[in-house]
Design a protein around this ligand. Structure first.
Ligand SMILES: O=P(O)(O)OC[C@H]1O[C@H](OP(=O)(O)OP(=O)(O)O)[C@H](O)[C@@H]1O
Ligand SMILES: [Mg+2]
Length: 162
């Protein structure tokens, strides 16, 4: 963990993410959305999965960046949108401090804003989320990880003793 703010890690597998997105979709079913606005890049994968479950074909993006790995920087909006979000579902992967969500909400004040994961500071910025995660926890998403060899426990312990 490289930033002072984060003391724990919550690792999300592809399976877990898929299951969590589907659970959120159960809560959204029956609502009639004009389309989805995904907040890039983190919102793209949940948006694609939600689009499949809710049979939504119209997908747009707001392109915004505020982190370089765990380091937060100022908000950089690369692409906005030309409506106020009325009738649209706005999707991001998570809300942490709420800075990104605040900027996106200003652009699309009438959208229904959902994230899969939410930390307490940013939680009030979204209309709906599935799972709350502690503020000091870094959520490790599957697209930032890879499968690699893990040394057997006995060898790890032997190395540590040497
Ligand atoms: O609530 P906040 O503290 O603003 O943090 C949450 C935002 O940070 C991450 O995006 P990031 O800027 O890292 O870009 P990415 O989606 O391209 O990974 C994440 O996908 C959210 O959009
Ligand atoms: Mg993002």
């Amino acid at each position: 963990m490289s930033t002072e703010r984060y003391h724990n890690q919550f690792t999300i597998s592809w399976d877990r993410l898929h299951r969590d997105v589907r659970m959120l979709c159960h809560q959204l079913i029956g609502r009639d959305f004009k389309g989805i606005v995904a907040v890039t890049r983190g919102g793209l994968i949940p948006a694609a999965l939600i689009a499949r479950e809710l049979d939504i074909r119209l997908i747009d993006t707001v392109c915004i960046k505020s982190y370089e790995h765990m380091e937060q920087s100022s908000i950089n909006v690369l692409k906005g949108i030309d409506h106020d979000g009325d009738g649209w579902l706005l999707v991001d992967d998570l809300v942490d401090t709420g800075k990104t969500a605040g900027a996106v909400r200003e652009m699309l004040p009438r959208a229904h804003f959902v994230t899969i994961y939410a930390k307490p500071e940013g939680r009030p910025m979204v209309d709906q989320y599935l799972t709350e995660v502690a503020q000091d926890t870094w959520i490790q998403f599957p697209w930032d990880m890879g499968i690699s060899f893990v040394e057997p426990l006995v060898d790890q312990l032997r190395t540590r003793k040497e």
